[in-house]
Design a protein around this ligand. Structure first.
Ligand SMILES: NC(=O)c1ccc[n+]([C@@H]2O[C@H](COP(=O)([O-])OP(=O)(O)OC[C@H]3O[C@@H](n4cnc5c(N)ncnc54)[C@H](OP(=O)(O)O)[C@@H]3O)[C@@H](O)[C@H]2O)c1
Length: 252
């Protein structure tokens, strides 16, 4: 049995949910490589991981740079050797708008950093996992991709597309020891969420869950850590909702 630390690449790991995933995977023994565009945030997360005794490195890369992926693969492999666990968590900020009023650039950016980046990353890192006979892909979707959400057309389309791609890849690659899953949060109290959610809505959001609270980044990170582990070896192609029962409706 291979007892070497597993190597994990985590996109959008400079803050929010991605940072929590990086800390959690590092805590469970992974050597993590953190990716986003903001070096100062990545450096801070690396320092926090190293202060806890973990191993971390980082890469600045814009996931909307479609031509940059072969170069990204080379850089990641020079840091990690190979990627055992790929977590695609990054998503750009977006301005809510109905389809007929949204800027074409917002549509393109949202599809690119969520859905197309998942395809690009899997295109680079699935084959080495297949050769190794073991791998994990976990991408972060959203309850909005399952239930829909008003004024977020590109976001809903991108997250729903990620679920379709997850299922396709699970069918094609799970026979090689690779599981491919998705974790879809409800409302999670990150800085982005706090800036976007009007205070009067926050109580409404809490009451709409069955558990009567907002999610914390760690709630999502725990699910990712499980799906990335050997214990989840028979789970593939799923979209695990981590939303406190927000999907159940609020009639009762
Ligand atoms: N928070 C919630 O309530 C919630 C609910 C449902 C789903 N989610 C999903 O959870 C994930 C994380 O959300 P969050 O709230 O933690 O968001 P966040 O705090 O805004 O973090 C997003 C991360 O993605 C990175 N990123 C954005 N654009 C990028 C690009 N072009 N290239 C590389 N990295 C990029 C950001 O870093 P840079 O800007 O420095 O590049 C940042 O590290 C997302 O997929 C989101 O859709 C969140």
């Amino acid at each position: 049995m291979n007892t070497a630390p597993r190597k994990a690449l985590i996109t959008g790991a400079g803050r929010g949910i991605g940072k929590a995933i990086a800390l959690e995977l590092s805590g469970s023994g992974h050597h993590v490589c953190l990716l986003s565009r903001t070096e100062s945030e990545l450096k801070n997360v690396c320092a926090e991981i190293e202060a806890r005794g973990g191993q971390a490195s980082y890469l600045c890369f814009d996931l909307s740079d479609a031509a940059g992926y072969p170069g990204l693969k080379a850089q990641v492999e020079s840091q990690l050797g190979r990627v055992d666990v790929l977590v695609h968590n990054a998503a750009p900020s977006y301005r809510p708008a109905k389809l007929t009023r949204m800027a074409p650039a917002d549509w393109q950016k949202t599809l690119s950093v969520n859905l197309e980046a998942l395809a690009q990353l899997c295109g680079q890192f699935l084959e080495p996992m297949r050769e190794a006979g073991w791998g994990r892909v976990v991408s972060i979707g959203s309850l909005s991709g399952v239930l829909g959400a008003g004024s977020y057309p590109a976001y809903c389309a991108a997250k729903a597309g990620m679920e379709g791609l997850t299922k396709n890849l699970a069918i094609d690659y799970s026979r090689y020891g690779i599981t491919i899953n998705m974790v879809s949060p409800g409302f999670v109290e990150t800085e982005r969420f706090k800036q976007a959610a009007p205070p009067e809505m926050v109580e409404k959001f809490k009451q709409a869950t069955a558990i009567k609270r907002l999610g914390q980044p760690e709630d999502v990170a725990h699910a990712v850590d499980f799906l990335a582990s050997d214990k989840a070896a028979f789970i593939t192609g799923i979209n695990l909702l981590v939303c406190g029962g927000l999907n159940l409706g609020n009639l009762w």
